[in-house]
Design a protein around this ligand. Structure first.
Ligand SMILES: Nc1ncnc2c1ncn2[C@@H]1O[C@H](COP(=O)(O)OP(=O)(O)OP(=O)(O)O)[C@@H](O)[C@H]1O
Ligand SMILES: [Mg+2]
Length: 421
């Protein structure tokens, strides 16, 4: 082997390649220039490949590119060597260079072929783009499904909250109704006996004075009981065909006097008469109740607006069976309510007023009255943005005879819907 290498390196007896070309310049220089260009190109390609592989760290089979780099560099060097041997017969060095190039070529070829199926199995850019598009569609579908789920959950939570509120109002209503009914009977007996004592007692006697003040207390208690019965939907009502616009108009003088000078009253009746099937007195006292609440919420003045209108329910709302309704909106520009107060406002005895200023029965009375009238009531309010209470009552049929019997008690009343602006 050593001999073999020594012989390869022994170039003394050899002549340069140019001699084979008889030193014909056109041949020598064509060979030289071509080999030079090929060599330079061969050297520039590995540089580009190297930069590419280094920049694209995610490249699959990057080691194969390094094989190409080495193989192409070796090929390029053989061309430079070919120029050299035109003039210098270093055929031993050229042979060693060719051996190295052959080894690099064979190794690259051997490694390349088994790689081919795996390289072909890689997704093409078009396949990647299609996969991306598919992925984007799936993500959009998932986002839409998530949004729908979120909406559904929110709606369910809202429905559950309304159901809870409605069950609470129903339970309080039943309890209140029962207690108020029994109290009413007791008060009737107490009142009748006090009246008898008062009649039998001498004029100006202390017994008569005591009996009179006891009777006054019984009357106050009876008023309270009536309010409780109204909330429990058990007050005697006389629903009849009532022109809501006329009822509001009739109230305007009383409202002027009750609300005082600092509050501007705006009436916005829908044009023409607007008939609802409702107890007229009950409706007027409900509107008055709401107006008094509005006044209390506007201690420094403001605007009270009463607007009437119509509404057609399609039955999609559980609180409002399909049909035509008359609406009365009482809104103010007062202090408004936060969610916590609003969620309790219709409960009996709930008040934020000072002791002795309010009994907390105003809104509960309105609620009981509207429910007993087969209607519905909603509340929209936000702190600092005023309050709007909307009473919704069934429209009176034109040909319906005025009813003289009390309205049938509606099915379990739903809680007033409370919307917070
Ligand atoms: N228009 C309104 N603006 C702001 N808060 C209101 C309004 N109406 C009602 N409220 C709130 O709801 C609570 C309950 O009202 P409700 O009418 O039932 O009782 P009240 O006004 O306190 O007492 P009263 O029995 O004398 O009417 C009030 O104390 C108040 O906090
Ligand atoms: Mg009130």
């Amino acid at each position: 082997m050593v001999d073999y290498l020594r012989q390869i390196w022994d170039v003394d007896s050899l002549s340069p390649h140019g001699i084979c070309l008889l030193w014909r310049p056109e041949l020598v220089w064509t060979h030289a220039l071509s080999d030079l260009l090929i060599g330079l190109a061969y050297f520039s390609i590995p540089v580009a490949l190297g930069v590419f592989v280094m920049r694209r760290r995610d490249l699959a089979f990057s080691w194969m590119f390094w094989c190409f780099v080495f193989f192409i560099l070796a090929c390029g060097t053989t061309h430079f060597m070919a120029i050299w041997t035109l003039w210098v017969p270093d055929y031993g060095a050229e042979a060693v260079l060719k051996v190295v190039t052959a080894a690099a070529s064979v190794a690259t070829a051997v490694m390349l072929w088994p790689l081919l199926p795996r390289a072909l199995a890689l997704p093409s850019p078009e396949a990647l783009r299609a996969a991306n598009r598919e992925l984007a569609t799936r993500v959009a579908e998932r986002d839409a499904a998530l949004d729908a789920l979120r909406r559904e959950t929110a709606e369910r939570l809202k429905a559950e909250e309304m159901l809870r509120q409605s069950q609470k109002m129903e339970a309080i209503g039943q309890l209140t109704g029962g207690v108020a009914h029994d109290f009413n009977n007791l008060l009737t007996a107490v009142g009748a006996n006090l009246e008898r004592i008062e009649r039998q007692a001498e004029d100006g006697s202390s017994i008569r004075r005591s009996a009179r003040s006891a009777t006054a207390a019984v009357e106050r208690a009876s008023k309270l009981v009536r309010q409780l019965l109204a909330f429990a939907r058990k007050q005697p009502l006389d629903p009849r065909r009532t022109d809501v616009n006329a009822a509001v108009e009739n109230l305007s003088d009383l409202l002027d006097r009750t609300l005082g000078a600092g509050i501007r009253i705006e009436l916005a009746p829908r044009s023409g008469p607007l008939f609802a099937q409702v107890d007229t007195n009950g409706l007027e006292s409900a509107i008055l109740n709401l107006a008094v609440n509005a006044r209390d919420a506007m201690p420094t003045g403001g605007v009270l607006r009463i607007e009437t209108g119509t509404l057609r329910a399609d039955g999609g709302d559980a609180d409002l069976p399909a049909g035509d309704y008359v609406t009365i909106e009482v809104s103010d520009t007062g202090s408004g309510m936060g969610p916590e107060i609003a969620s309790h406002a219709f409960e009996p005895f709930f008040t934020t007023k000072e002791v002795g200023q309010g009994s907390g029965l105003g809104l509960s009375q309105v609620w009981g009255f509207v429910k007993q009238s087969s209607g519905h009531v909603t509340l929209r309010s936000a702190p600092g943005e005023g309050t709007c209470v909307r009473i919704i009552l069934p429209v009176a049929e034109p040909d319906r005879a005025p009813a003289s019997e009390p309205a049938a008690e509606p099915a379990l009343g739903a809680a007033p819907r409370i919307a917070l602006a």
